[in-house]
Design a protein around this ligand. Structure first.
Ligand SMILES: NC(=O)c1ccc[n+]([C@@H]2O[C@H](COP(=O)([O-])OP(=O)(O)OC[C@H]3O[C@@H](n4cnc5c(N)ncnc54)[C@H](O)[C@@H]3O)[C@@H](O)[C@H]2O)c1
Length: 353
């Protein structure tokens, strides 16, 4: 494939916690030059730019797009700003990597997909566990029939930060408090990391055809309120799902699981074998019980080959003019499942996707 020689001039929108990972990862990608960063808090943008040796800091995306001459952006703001900023950047003809969740609702996500199609630029959503070699290898294996017909799926994403101070005190930290408040655009644990585990399960297994979901926000403070934040967004989500291929599964996630800072687990059982990823054990290898081992229940560990991360895929996509996965359309497909979960919980019934 013909590859452009000139480096991609990239700018970062939003310079909070996760933006540090973007700056560090993009700095390591060959063919990428970070030219600017912006944040509505200009002091934060300046400190961030100094820390990561980024030449320019701006107080708004608008100003940065005009002045920095960037050709690509990575959007790392809180969730409600993903849609307006993505559309603004796409309309300016820029390539866009957007943090997950792509949007706050499926209709919004569809508008972003339409804007990306119209712009014709590279679009990706940072479903970051695609970076794990174990997931890429398991997806390849399952999609090629390596465990036969899929019958059963067990997937979970467990975090501990509400039950501990493992990532600091959420009661006093705005970056955690906005994630607990629907007024601040949060869709709770389901929107925050449920989006990851739905992608993690459906990437290898294929789409979900129906979901029956329970969501719960537990009481966490007097009147469930801290300062300007009403703590009403869900902390736990449990999904019973059926996949389009007929398999049944459970997908669940919570922020209340002390002992697991950030654990993703996936077990896929098929007619010819079962595979398992447990991130507390490894993200580069998976376990499998298949073939003649099925009769003895013996599991073997398989080391997976390296895979490019989303940051690399995004820059490579620009340099070679090919849109890699996960793209905006994929982000929207996952969002559709999340929207169905909210309907299912509210109406206490299974919802077809
Ligand atoms: N892919 C992952 O694994 C992963 C991990 C963590 C966070 N995230 C996502 O990254 C995003 C940011 O999360 P975070 O933890 O960094 O949040 P954060 O609150 O630490 O930082 C967000 C920053 O965006 C700035 N901001 C808000 N509106 C803006 C605007 N219109 N223009 C420019 N800057 C603006 C804020 O001032 C803040 O500095 C969220 O969407 C979150 O879901 C993804």
């Amino acid at each position: 494939m013909k590859r452009r020689k000139r480096p991609v001039k990239l700018a970062i929108i939003g310079t909070g916690g996760m933006a540090n990972a973007h700056a560090e990862r993009f700095a390591k990608v060959e063919g990428c030059q970070i030219v600017a960063a912006c944040d509505v808090d200009i002091e934060r943008a300046k400190a961030f730019s100094e820390k990561h040796r980024i030449p320019k800091a701006y107080a708004s995306a608008e100003e940065m797009i005009v002045k920095s001459k960037c050709e690509a952006v990575t959007i790392v703001t809180p969730d409600p700003y993903h849609k307006p900023l993505s559309i603004q950047c796409l309309e300016a003809g820029l390539h866009v990597l957007c943090e997950k969740p792509l949007a706050v609702t499926y209709p919004d996500a569809r508008k972003m997909v339409a804007a990306a199609k119209k712009a014709g630029t590279i679009n990706m959503v940072n479903l970051s566990y695609r970076d794990w070699p174990a997931l890429q290898a398991v997806a390849c294996l399952v999609q090629s029939g390596g465990i036969g017909e899929v019958r059963h799926v067990e997937a979970s994403y467990l975090q501990a930060w509400l039950a501990s101070k493992i990532w600091g005190d959420w009661r006093t930290t705005p970056a955690w408090l906005w994630r607990l408040s629907s007024q601040h655009g949060s869709k709770g644990v389901l929107g925050d990391v449920g989006v990851h585990i739905v992608d993690f399960a459906t990437f290898p297994v294929g789409p979900i055809s129906s979901v029956y979901c329970r969501l719960k926000a537990f009481n966490k403070a007097p009147k469930n309120r801290i300062g300007e934040y009403t703590l009403d967004a869900n902390d736990s989500a449990v999904l019973n799902v059926e996949f389009a291929n007929g398999a049944l599964g459970t997908i669940h996630t919570t922020r209340w699981c002390g002992g697991h800072a950030n654990r993703l687990f996936l077990k896929i059982a098929g007619t010819l074998g079962t595979v398992e990823i447990d991130s507390d054990r490894s993200t580069t290898s998976y376990r499998i019980c298949s073939g003649e081992n099925l009769d003895t229940g013996i599991w073997t560990e398989v080391e997976s080959s390296e895979t490019p991360n989303n940051y690399q895929r995004f820059i490579d996509g620009i340099l070679t003019r090919t849109n890699d996965q996960p793209d905006f359309a994929r982000g929207a497909a996952v969002q559709k499942v999340l929207d169905a979960c909210f309907v299912s919980d509210a109406e206490k019934r299974p919802v077809k996707i």
